[in-house]
Ligand binder design. Structure first.
Ligand code: PEP
Ligand code: MG
Length: 542
């Protein structure tokens, strides 16, 4: 038995087998081999396993996200038959007598570079596919788990760190908990864990080399610890506590259908945050009044090319229809900073958090922005849609957005495509936007305060930098005063203001937010009923 402490990003308790996710780079070590034909045989076997996984992924994607999105897995399967790619791998093994993992890694890098340097945009985008299939082959060669968990049983995922694009591809029904060596409490992986209602620990000083996939572990988000190979006594205690937690969750279920009304009669909207169409299930399950933040950039992650207008339209339509008339606020693309996507070719930046991201990309690459806006305006006919724009700092940005939206409306009219004008709001997540919120309010329908970034930019703390977690204080007076200022600016202009950052779910602040007059709290679906409970037990004016 071994016990490690970490930082808990979601309080819950889980027990189950480990799934150790090693980075592909760690799986590739060059070694000399004796028999080239044996090594080539290993490559053939790994190709067959990979094809089988890809076929399963295709079938799953076909059912869940449609043929257009599933097609990529067919493309990958075909690439595994490419003669040039295979000849290069075989040739390297035969001439240099190196192991298969190494030959696949080097060939994959060479081919990816070759594609990336081509003029044709379609061919350029294939570089990411080559990397993807090479990584899959390497994982299968070394017996490591495939990143998408196609063949895994529900497990505790243990990793060095997980990027948003890695987590977005995972089959969520296979995840019992996350435990990582690195990562910060405000990373998107932490946000995902909260969304899924599963315990997650970060900053755990464990050695992945010592851990075995399949061995048993307990993750305790309350005590902020993970126990590998627990004794029978600990297993029994964990089972007992899992049962207690389930009972508590059951009690919360009684609050479904109840109003978010305080004892002295004040109400607040409690909405939920989501990152994918599939998350709508969590929203309905937890009886949220609407969706206060759909992080649409997750549609762009974990793939090799831009989602088309039609693909986006279908995704937005599904969310709106499933929410059946309840409000759905979709945030336009917030790529950049920690959410990196190869095909955007954003280039390396010294300060990505202060860099080319979100609305800055949309206002300079208007074709990408317009495609998304067209999909949104069209989907608006299918339900109660609002759009909001991230990372606003200036009045001119909002004015320019309105101009672009108008151009899109005209295009749709000319093409006689039906659309509906949604409410439009902005995220207040920079100190600049707070300070000019009185000027911004008349230009928009609502404000939604992004406390994750607002804290990062106000306290000058990179939210991704785990070393700074002790300094990341969203309860800082500066942040709370800013929230009050934003709410007052909105109300003075007759608009509403909500909070969609993680702070909105902080039960210690629910009362203060209501005293400030915050109109909406948009939180992880798993927090909706807990906040409702808090609201119903309090008096605002006491
Ligand atoms: C925020 O910054 O608070 C926010 C809600 O957006 P994200 O976490 O996606 O940056
Ligand atoms: Mg943000």
């Amino acid at each position: 038995m071994k016990k490690y402490a970490g930082k808990s990003v979601y309080k819950g308790i889980a027990m189950g087998p480990l799934l150790v996710m090693k980075k592909t780079d760690d799986l590739v070590k060059r070694s000399k081999i004796e028999d080239a034909e044996v090594e080539i045989g290993r490559v053939s076997e790994a190709i067959e396993t990979s094809k089988e996984q890809l076929r399963k992924l295709y079938d799953k994607a076909l059912k869940e996200v449609g043929e257009a999105n599933a097609a990529i897995f067919e493309v990958h399967e075909m690439m595994l038959d490419d003669d040039d790619y295979l000849d290069a791998i075989h040739n390297m093994i035969r001439t240099q007598l190196v192991n298969a993992e190494y030959a696949v890694a080097v060939t994959g890098d060479n081919f990816a570079e070759m594609f990336a340097n081509m003029d044709d945009d379609y061919m350029k985008a294939r570089a990411a596919d080559i990397k993807d299939i090479s990584n899959r082959l390497i994982r299968n060669l070394s017996g490591a788990q495939d990143a998408d968990l196609t063949s895994a049983e529900p497990s505790i995922i243990v990793a060095d760190d997980l990027s948003p694009s890695e987590t977005v591809q995972m089959d969520k029904s296979k995840i019992l908990a996350f435990v990582t060596v690195h990562g910060s409490t405000n990373s998107h992986t932490a946000i995902l864990a909260r969304m899924m209602n599963i315990p997650a620990l970060i900053g755990v000083p464990m050695n992945l080399e010592e851990l075995q996939t399949g061995s048993l572990a307990v993750v305790d988000g309350f005590q902020s610890e993970v126990i590998f190979e627990p004794t029978e006594e600990i297993q029994d205690q964990a089972s007992e506590r899992i049962k207690e937690e389930q009972e508590k969750q059951q009690l919360l279920q009684n609050l479904k259908g109840q109003e978010n009304r305080t004892l002295d009669g004040k109400t607040v909207n409690i909405y939920a945050n989501i990152g994918s169409v599939g998350d709508v299930g969590y929203v309905l399950e937890n009886d949220a009044g609407g969706i206060g933040l759909f992080r649409s950039e997750f549609l762009y992650l974990g793939r090799d090319d831009f989602p088309t207008e039609e693909e986006q339209f279908q995704a937005y339509r599904k969310v709106l229809q499933n929410m059946a008339g309840k409000k759905v606020i979709i945030r336009t693309l917030d790529i950049g900073a920690d959410k990196q996507v190869d095909y955007f070719n954003l280039g390396k930046e010294d300060n990505p958090a202060l860099g080319y991201r979100a609305i800055r990309i949309c206002l300079t690459q208007t074709d990408i922005f317009k495609t998304q806006l067209r999909a949104l305006l069209r989907a608006s006919t299918c339900g109660n849609l609002s759009i909001m724009y991230p990372m606003i700092t200036s009045v001119w940005e909002v004015e320019r957005i309105h101009e672009i939206v108008e151009e899109v409306c005209k295009e749709l009219e000319e093409e006689q495509i039906p659309y509906q004008m949604p409410e439009q709001g902005i995220m207040i997540e920079t100190p600049a936007a707070v300070m000019i919120s009185d000027e911004l309010a008349p230009l928009v329908d609502f404000f939604s305060i992004g406390t994750n970034d607002l804290t990062q930019y106000t306290l000058a703390i990179d939210r991704q930098n785990e070393k700074l977690d002790p300094f990341y204080d969203p309860h800082h007076k500066a942040i709370l005063r800013m929230i009050k200022m934003v709410v007052d600016s909105a109300h003075a202009a007759g608009k509403w203001a909500g909070i969609c950052g993680e702070l909105g779910a902080d039960l210690e602040l629910t009362k203060e937010f209501m005293q400030m007059g915050v109109d909406e709290l948009s939180v992880a679906p798993s927090m909706v009923l807990k906040i409702r409970q808090r609201v119903r037990e309090m008096k605002v004016n006491q």
